[in-house]
Write a protein that binds this ligand. Structure first.
Ligand SMILES: Nc1ncnc2c1ncn2[C@@H]1O[C@H](COP(=O)(O)OP(=O)(O)OP(=O)(O)O)[C@@H](O)[C@H]1O
Length: 243
Protein backbone atom coordinates (compact mmCIF):
# COMPACT_ATOMS: atom_id res chain seq x y z
CA UNK A 1 0.00 0.00 0.00
CA UNK A 2 1.71 3.21 -1.10
CA UNK A 3 1.58 6.28 1.07
CA UNK A 4 -0.28 8.33 -1.55
CA UNK A 5 -3.18 5.88 -1.79
CA UNK A 6 -3.49 5.50 1.99
CA UNK A 7 -6.50 7.54 3.11
CA UNK A 8 -7.02 6.43 6.70
CA UNK A 9 -4.50 4.96 9.05
CA UNK A 10 -4.60 4.06 12.73
CA UNK A 11 -1.40 2.65 14.16
CA UNK A 12 -1.32 1.12 17.63
CA UNK A 13 -4.12 3.38 18.85
CA UNK A 14 -5.22 3.23 22.46
CA UNK A 15 -8.02 5.44 23.77
CA UNK A 16 -9.03 5.23 27.41
CA UNK A 17 -11.81 6.95 29.33
CA UNK A 18 -11.15 7.35 33.04
CA UNK A 19 -8.38 4.76 32.84
CA UNK A 20 -10.68 2.30 31.09
CA UNK A 21 -9.30 1.34 27.62
CA UNK A 22 -11.96 1.56 24.92
CA UNK A 23 -9.59 1.15 21.96
CA UNK A 24 -6.64 -1.20 22.49
CA UNK A 25 -3.77 -1.27 20.01
CA UNK A 26 -6.13 -0.56 17.11
CA UNK A 27 -4.55 -0.92 13.68
CA UNK A 28 -6.42 -0.22 10.45
CA UNK A 29 -5.61 1.09 7.00
CA UNK A 30 -8.03 2.14 4.25
CA UNK A 31 -6.91 3.01 0.72
CA UNK A 32 -8.53 5.34 -1.77
CA UNK A 33 -10.89 3.33 -3.97
CA UNK A 34 -11.79 0.98 -1.11
CA UNK A 35 -14.83 0.42 1.11
CA UNK A 36 -13.99 -0.82 4.59
CA UNK A 37 -16.68 -1.89 7.05
CA UNK A 38 -15.90 -2.09 10.77
CA UNK A 39 -18.28 -4.54 12.36
CA UNK A 40 -18.76 -4.77 16.10
CA UNK A 41 -21.35 -5.22 18.83
CA UNK A 42 -22.62 -2.57 21.22
CA UNK A 43 -19.81 -0.91 23.10
CA UNK A 44 -17.06 -2.50 20.95
CA UNK A 45 -15.58 0.94 20.23
CA UNK A 46 -16.93 1.74 16.74
CA UNK A 47 -17.97 5.33 17.48
CA UNK A 48 -14.74 5.90 19.37
CA UNK A 49 -12.82 4.78 16.28
CA UNK A 50 -14.75 7.32 14.17
CA UNK A 51 -14.08 9.96 16.82
CA UNK A 52 -10.37 9.19 16.70
CA UNK A 53 -10.32 9.81 12.92
CA UNK A 54 -12.37 12.98 13.43
CA UNK A 55 -9.98 14.21 16.14
CA UNK A 56 -12.62 14.17 18.90
CA UNK A 57 -11.06 11.22 20.79
CA UNK A 58 -7.37 11.78 21.45
CA UNK A 59 -5.23 8.63 21.49
CA UNK A 60 -3.33 7.92 24.71
CA UNK A 61 -0.94 5.94 22.53
CA UNK A 62 -0.47 5.45 18.79
CA UNK A 63 -1.17 7.62 15.79
CA UNK A 64 -4.13 8.42 13.56
CA UNK A 65 -3.71 9.94 10.10
CA UNK A 66 -6.05 11.06 7.31
CA UNK A 67 -4.47 11.22 3.84
CA UNK A 68 -1.07 11.29 5.51
CA UNK A 69 -2.01 14.18 7.83
CA UNK A 70 -1.42 13.39 11.50
CA UNK A 71 -4.75 14.13 13.23
CA UNK A 72 -3.00 14.96 16.51
CA UNK A 73 -0.73 17.52 14.82
CA UNK A 74 -3.18 19.13 12.37
CA UNK A 75 -6.78 18.30 13.18
CA UNK A 76 -8.27 20.95 10.88
CA UNK A 77 -6.08 19.85 7.97
CA UNK A 78 -7.15 16.25 8.55
CA UNK A 79 -10.84 17.16 8.83
CA UNK A 80 -10.63 19.10 5.56
CA UNK A 81 -9.98 15.75 3.85
CA UNK A 82 -13.07 14.00 5.12
CA UNK A 83 -16.83 14.07 5.35
CA UNK A 84 -18.66 12.48 8.26
CA UNK A 85 -22.20 11.18 7.74
CA UNK A 86 -23.82 10.36 11.10
CA UNK A 87 -26.55 7.79 11.57
CA UNK A 88 -29.14 10.56 11.63
CA UNK A 89 -28.07 13.30 9.28
CA UNK A 90 -28.64 16.74 10.82
CA UNK A 91 -29.35 19.37 8.20
CA UNK A 92 -31.59 22.44 8.17
CA UNK A 93 -35.16 21.17 7.99
CA UNK A 94 -36.63 24.44 6.74
CA UNK A 95 -34.14 24.75 3.86
CA UNK A 96 -34.29 22.80 0.61
CA UNK A 97 -31.44 20.59 -0.65
CA UNK A 98 -29.73 23.33 -2.67
CA UNK A 99 -30.00 25.83 0.18
CA UNK A 100 -28.53 23.33 2.64
CA UNK A 101 -25.58 22.69 0.34
CA UNK A 102 -25.04 26.43 -0.20
CA UNK A 103 -25.10 27.05 3.54
CA UNK A 104 -22.70 24.26 4.49
CA UNK A 105 -20.33 24.93 1.57
CA UNK A 106 -20.10 28.55 2.69
CA UNK A 107 -19.32 27.34 6.23
CA UNK A 108 -16.64 25.03 4.84
CA UNK A 109 -15.23 27.95 2.84
CA UNK A 110 -15.70 25.99 -0.38
CA UNK A 111 -16.43 27.81 -3.64
CA UNK A 112 -19.62 26.72 -5.37
CA UNK A 113 -21.86 27.65 -8.29
CA UNK A 114 -25.47 26.73 -9.07
CA UNK A 115 -23.97 24.37 -11.61
CA UNK A 116 -21.58 22.62 -9.18
CA UNK A 117 -24.37 22.13 -6.64
CA UNK A 118 -26.61 20.70 -9.36
CA UNK A 119 -23.81 18.33 -10.39
CA UNK A 120 -23.36 17.12 -6.81
CA UNK A 121 -27.10 16.49 -6.35
CA UNK A 122 -27.20 14.65 -9.67
CA UNK A 123 -24.11 12.60 -8.70
CA UNK A 124 -25.93 11.22 -5.65
CA UNK A 125 -29.07 10.64 -7.74
CA UNK A 126 -31.36 12.76 -5.61
CA UNK A 127 -34.55 13.02 -7.65
CA UNK A 128 -34.60 16.49 -9.22
CA UNK A 129 -38.24 16.97 -8.24
CA UNK A 130 -37.07 17.02 -4.57
CA UNK A 131 -34.35 19.67 -4.90
CA UNK A 132 -36.67 22.54 -4.07
CA UNK A 133 -38.48 20.78 -1.23
CA UNK A 134 -37.69 21.48 2.41
CA UNK A 135 -35.69 18.75 4.09
CA UNK A 136 -38.38 18.45 6.76
CA UNK A 137 -40.27 16.14 4.40
CA UNK A 138 -37.27 14.04 3.31
CA UNK A 139 -36.80 10.34 4.07
CA UNK A 140 -33.62 9.12 5.79
CA UNK A 141 -32.25 7.91 2.45
CA UNK A 142 -32.81 11.31 0.85
CA UNK A 143 -31.09 13.09 3.74
CA UNK A 144 -28.10 10.80 3.38
CA UNK A 145 -27.94 11.68 -0.30
CA UNK A 146 -27.83 15.38 0.57
CA UNK A 147 -25.06 14.75 3.15
CA UNK A 148 -23.07 12.81 0.56
CA UNK A 149 -23.74 15.49 -2.08
CA UNK A 150 -22.05 17.90 0.32
CA UNK A 151 -19.01 15.60 0.44
CA UNK A 152 -19.03 15.41 -3.39
CA UNK A 153 -19.26 19.22 -3.69
CA UNK A 154 -16.37 19.58 -1.22
CA UNK A 155 -14.43 17.02 -3.28
CA UNK A 156 -13.14 15.30 -0.13
CA UNK A 157 -11.41 11.95 -0.66
CA UNK A 158 -12.60 10.26 2.55
CA UNK A 159 -16.09 9.40 3.78
CA UNK A 160 -16.81 8.24 7.34
CA UNK A 161 -20.24 6.66 7.73
CA UNK A 162 -21.96 5.69 10.98
CA UNK A 163 -24.56 2.90 10.60
CA UNK A 164 -25.43 4.15 7.10
CA UNK A 165 -28.12 1.63 6.21
CA UNK A 166 -29.92 1.23 9.54
CA UNK A 167 -33.54 2.21 8.99
CA UNK A 168 -33.29 2.17 5.20
CA UNK A 169 -35.69 -0.05 3.27
CA UNK A 170 -34.18 -2.58 0.78
CA UNK A 171 -34.62 -0.29 -2.24
CA UNK A 172 -33.01 2.68 -0.47
CA UNK A 173 -30.22 0.38 0.80
CA UNK A 174 -29.50 -0.89 -2.67
CA UNK A 175 -29.47 2.67 -4.09
CA UNK A 176 -27.18 3.71 -1.27
CA UNK A 177 -24.79 0.82 -1.92
CA UNK A 178 -24.72 1.66 -5.64
CA UNK A 179 -23.82 5.24 -4.72
CA UNK A 180 -20.96 4.03 -2.49
CA UNK A 181 -19.64 1.83 -5.30
CA UNK A 182 -19.73 4.80 -7.67
CA UNK A 183 -17.83 7.01 -5.20
CA UNK A 184 -15.31 4.23 -4.65
CA UNK A 185 -14.87 4.04 -8.45
CA UNK A 186 -14.16 7.78 -8.43
CA UNK A 187 -11.34 7.15 -5.91
CA UNK A 188 -13.03 7.80 -2.56
CA UNK A 189 -12.00 5.91 0.57
CA UNK A 190 -15.10 4.85 2.49
CA UNK A 191 -14.99 3.73 6.11
CA UNK A 192 -18.26 2.66 7.70
CA UNK A 193 -19.09 1.33 11.14
CA UNK A 194 -22.05 -0.96 11.48
CA UNK A 195 -23.79 -3.77 13.35
CA UNK A 196 -25.23 -5.04 10.08
CA UNK A 197 -23.27 -8.08 8.91
CA UNK A 198 -25.27 -8.68 5.71
CA UNK A 199 -25.16 -4.99 4.80
CA UNK A 200 -21.38 -4.98 5.27
CA UNK A 201 -21.04 -8.17 3.21
CA UNK A 202 -23.06 -6.56 0.39
CA UNK A 203 -21.04 -3.41 0.00
CA UNK A 204 -17.58 -3.68 1.58
CA UNK A 205 -14.25 -4.70 0.05
CA UNK A 206 -12.86 -5.51 3.48
CA UNK A 207 -14.48 -6.13 6.84
CA UNK A 208 -12.76 -5.74 10.19
CA UNK A 209 -14.17 -7.31 13.35
CA UNK A 210 -13.86 -5.03 16.35
CA UNK A 211 -13.76 -6.86 19.64
CA UNK A 212 -13.43 -4.77 22.81
CA UNK A 213 -11.52 -2.04 21.02
CA UNK A 214 -9.23 -4.26 18.99
CA UNK A 215 -9.50 -5.50 15.41
CA UNK A 216 -8.68 -9.14 15.88
CA UNK A 217 -9.49 -10.22 12.35
CA UNK A 218 -10.05 -8.78 8.86
CA UNK A 219 -11.48 -10.44 5.78
CA UNK A 220 -11.33 -9.27 2.15
CA UNK A 221 -13.96 -9.81 -0.53
CA UNK A 222 -12.98 -12.28 -3.18
CA UNK A 223 -14.51 -14.14 -6.11
CA UNK A 224 -18.12 -14.15 -7.24
CA UNK A 225 -19.53 -14.93 -3.79
CA UNK A 226 -17.55 -12.02 -2.30
CA UNK A 227 -17.75 -13.22 1.31
CA UNK A 228 -18.52 -16.52 3.01
CA UNK A 229 -21.45 -15.18 5.04
CA UNK A 230 -21.56 -18.18 7.37
CA UNK A 231 -17.90 -17.67 8.22
CA UNK A 232 -18.59 -13.94 8.76
CA UNK A 233 -21.46 -14.80 11.07
CA UNK A 234 -19.33 -17.17 13.15
CA UNK A 235 -16.61 -14.56 13.54
CA UNK A 236 -19.11 -11.81 14.34
CA UNK A 237 -20.95 -13.95 16.89
CA UNK A 238 -17.59 -14.59 18.54
CA UNK A 239 -16.91 -10.86 18.95
CA UNK A 240 -20.46 -10.13 20.08
CA UNK A 241 -20.21 -12.68 22.87
CA UNK A 242 -17.01 -11.06 24.03
CA UNK A 243 -18.17 -7.45 23.64
N1 LIG B 1 -16.88 10.00 26.27
C1 LIG B 1 -16.89 8.82 26.91
N2 LIG B 1 -16.64 8.74 28.23
C2 LIG B 1 -16.62 7.55 28.88
N3 LIG B 1 -16.86 6.37 28.27
C3 LIG B 1 -17.13 6.38 26.96
C4 LIG B 1 -17.16 7.59 26.21
N4 LIG B 1 -17.44 7.29 24.91
C5 LIG B 1 -17.59 5.95 24.86
N5 LIG B 1 -17.40 5.40 26.08
C6 LIG B 1 -17.46 3.96 26.42
O1 LIG B 1 -16.61 3.32 25.51
C7 LIG B 1 -17.15 2.07 25.09
C8 LIG B 1 -17.21 2.03 23.58
O2 LIG B 1 -18.16 2.98 23.14
P1 LIG B 1 -18.49 3.25 21.60
O3 LIG B 1 -19.60 4.25 21.60
O4 LIG B 1 -17.24 3.59 20.88
O5 LIG B 1 -19.00 1.82 21.15
P2 LIG B 1 -19.85 1.42 19.85
O6 LIG B 1 -19.19 0.19 19.30
O7 LIG B 1 -19.98 2.58 18.93
O8 LIG B 1 -21.23 1.02 20.50
P3 LIG B 1 -22.74 1.13 19.91
O9 LIG B 1 -22.83 0.14 18.81
O10 LIG B 1 -23.57 0.74 21.09
O11 LIG B 1 -22.95 2.54 19.47
C9 LIG B 1 -18.49 1.94 25.78
O12 LIG B 1 -18.32 1.15 26.91
C10 LIG B 1 -18.83 3.36 26.15
O13 LIG B 1 -19.62 3.40 27.31
Amino acid sequence: MTHSTLALEAVGVTVAYGGNPVLRDLNVQVRRGEIYALLGGNGAGKSTTLNAFLGFARPDAGKVAVCGIDVGADVLGARAQLAYVPENVALYEHLDARENLEYFLRLANTAWTDESIGEALRAVRLDESAWKRRLGGYSKGMRQKVAIALAVARAVPVLLLDEPTSGLDPKATSEFNALLHKLRGDGAAIFMVTHDLLGAADVADRIGFLDRGHIGHEVAAGGGERFDVRDLYRRYAGTREAA
